[in-house]
Design a protein around this ligand. Structure first.
Ligand SMILES: [Fe+2]
Ligand SMILES: [Fe+2]
Length: 272
């Protein structure tokens, strides 16, 4: 059994300090095997915001929790044009994670992060050809029986949302990224960006995605909420069984608000 806490869109600089303190307490109590943070650690990529985000991430690492973290579009400077185009991820790399392809792997799980944030677009993401190759190579080297999880900020699968026909956009070159993920035997696609928690089989949205589960995290600590409270996902992977439980902020603490259970059989996910 492995328990992965999936956080996203922390947005330090526009965060709720009470929720951050509650989050640290909840994670310490849960003691997950690893923590994924799928981007947007800061609100505007400012130094003080990165310093606050680092203090939070350092606290987790000091508690012995592995953290797999990728940048989001908010972690690229917006107004500082020199930084935006010439050193877009310099601060993220210096304060949070120096490695462009962070990987955590043991015999039960293999988690790979790639960056989808780009300088040329304000909020859209993209996957590069180098990253497509990386997805195939890194997972090929992971233990055979490990549940494979790919982490991006922008989702790789476009999702319909709500009753008004809204669509939650996927990253550019997402079709090729999905193909690479399928080749690499990826089982879970973890992302954020849209501030809406969700999980479901990719086969609902793709013709060839049966082996993958789409898991979106809401915003864990930002005060900029859409229709959902602050939340993170707790993913429990136990053999062929997998549970995604949304931990939502309510009355001073994180509480389990909803959960979905899945079983992997015959090369595909079944809801159970
Ligand atoms: Fe965000
Ligand atoms: Fe974002």
């Amino acid at each position: 059994m492995r328990r992965i806490a999936h956080l996203s869109d922390l947005h330090f600089g526009r965060h709720d300090g009470t929720v951050v303190a509650g989050l640290s307490a909840a994670l310490t109590a849960i003691g997950p095997d690893a923590i994924v943070i799928s981007g947007d650690l800061t609100q505007r990529a400012r130094r003080a915001q990165f310093a606050a985000a680092r203090e939070f991430v350092d606290g987790l690492r000091a508690a012995g929790l592995p953290v797999i973290v990728v940048p989001g579009n908010h972690d690229v400077p917006l107004w500082d044009v020199t930084r935006r185009f010439f050193r877009p991820l310099a601060r993220f790399r210096r304060y949070i994670e120096p490695h462009p392809f962070p990987l955590f792997a043991d015999d039960k799980v293999a988690i790979l992060g790639i960056n989808t944030a780009r300088s040329l677009t304000i909020k859209d993401g993209r996957v590069s050809r180098e990253q497509l190759a990386c997805i195939r190579e890194r997972f090929a080297a992971a233990p055979r029986g490990a549940r494979r999880m790919l982490v991006t900020h922008h989702p790789l699968v476009e999702l319909p949302w709500g009753e008004k026909g809204e669509r939650l956009e996927a990253a550019g070159r997402s079709a090729a990224a999905v193909e690479a993920a399928l080749d690499a035997g990826v089982h879970l696609l973890l992302a954020g960006h849209h501030h809406r928690p969700f999980s479901g089989s990719a086969a609902t949205f793709l013709t060839a995605g049966h082996s993958m589960l789409v898991v979106q995290a809401g915003t864990t600590t930002s005060t900029r909420l859409r229709e959902h409270a602050n939340s993170f996902n707790l993913i429990e992977s136990d053999g062929d069984a997998l549970r995604v439980a949304v931990q939502a902020w309510a009355e001073g603490g994180f509480e389990e608000a909803a959960d979905e259970s899945y079983r992997f059989a015959d090369g595909r996910w079944h809801q159970s």
